[in-house]
Design a protein around this ligand. Structure first.
Ligand code: RIB
Ligand code: CA
Length: 312
């Protein structure tokens, strides 16, 4: 068994973030060092409570949770309440979380771990990139300690929050620009691939068939998420975006990627937040990212459901 990959999950729970946490915390190929939160699907405070809620429900008690940015680098915060609900994790009835929050901020915790950990760390941001951009700008000397950044965001095609911008990038385009220009190895897992990870009724049946509290909790989460996706985008089943980025870290063969130039639109009146992916190398720009193009969906869902089955 190869050594586990040291990893930090930066997230905005969020229904798909919640299942990404379950996958990252349970798989032996990942050494989950920390969970950090960022404003996106809901306010940072609500996303932090939600990270504590899912960790409490799952019994994930050994992974520090640290609060991150409450707003984007520039501009005003725009949240995804229309998808994830008022709490940011609507659907289940949640008790009071028993898992606490770190006294360090997200940036302080990420910086400390990058400094102290003996090996380079994989950063997996699955919300707006504000925290990651702050780390890169405030401590560029730590870039060699970042193994790679595997992010859920962007798209080689159209957007979801606006016609041309995916939500995570749209919330903080300047942060995304900093990340993609950083020189750190970036893998972009965008909507063009995460829309191949649809939680179809068969997936919900398999989760329900586990006969566990966690299996049932995931069904509740995905049922709410499904209604949001049907109402907003006409999807009959919701895409489990964030877990695909984690799956790429666990088993890169699950997600086929190609090296291409990617630049972030930060000035567009109608296109701000667009990821301009030069698939045919028309611009002559250098490749600065690996971009995910294809998911092995059946193996992805086997991995996801196996992960949920490890919880009670
Ligand atoms: O566009 C999908 C992304 O936005 C996912 O990370 C989802 O959790 C929301 O943050
Ligand atoms: Ca997210």
């Amino acid at each position: 068994m190869p050594m586990a990959t040291p990893m930090i999950l930066d997230c905005d729970p969020g229904h798909d973030d919640a299942l990404a946490i379950l996958l990252a915390a349970s798989h032996p190929a990942i050494d989950l060092l920390a969970i950090t939160t960022v404003a996106g699907n809901q306010t940072m405070e609500k996303c932090t409570i939600n990270a504590r809620r899912i960790c409490s429900a799952a019994g994930i008690t050994d992974v520090p949770i640290a609060k991150g940015a409450a707003e984007p680098l520039l501009g005003t915060l725009h949240i995804g309440e229309y998808v994830h609900g008022v709490s940011g994790l609507d659907g289940p009835e949640w008790g009071e979380p028993t898992v606490g929050v770190s006294s360090e901020s997200a940036v302080e915790l990420i910086v400390r771990l990058l400094r102290e950990h003996p090996e380079p760390i994989t950063l997996v941001p699955v919300g707006p990139l504000t925290n990651i951009a702050l780390v890169l700008k405030s401590h560029p000397e730590l870039k060699p300690k970042i193994r790679e950044i595997v992010l859920m965001g962007g798209s080689t095609e159209r957007g979801n929050d606006t016609p041309y911008a995916e939500f995570n990038i749209k919330v903080d385009p300047e942060a995304a620009d900093i990340v993609f220009r950083s020189g750190v190895q970036v893998t972009m897992v965008g909507l063009n691939v995460t829309h191949q990870a649809l939680a179809v009724p068969e997936v919900l049946e398999r989760l329900s068939g586990l006969g566990t509290r966690m299996g049932d909790l995931c069904v509740e989460l995905l049922t709410f998420f499904s209604a949001s996706y049907l109402r907003t985008w006409g999807f009959t089943s919701p895409p489990l975006h964030d877990a695909v980025a984690v799956a790429r870290v666990i088993d890169p063969t699950l997600v086929e990627c190609i090296p291409v130039p990617v630049v972030i639109e930060t000035m567009g009146r109608f296109t701000s937040g667009a990821t301009c992916v030069d698939l045919h190398h028309l611009t002559g720009e250098p490749d600065n990212a690996l971009v995910a193009m294809k998911l092995d969906a059946p193996r992805f869902w086997d991995l996801m459901i196996e992960a949920v089955s490890t919880y009670e």
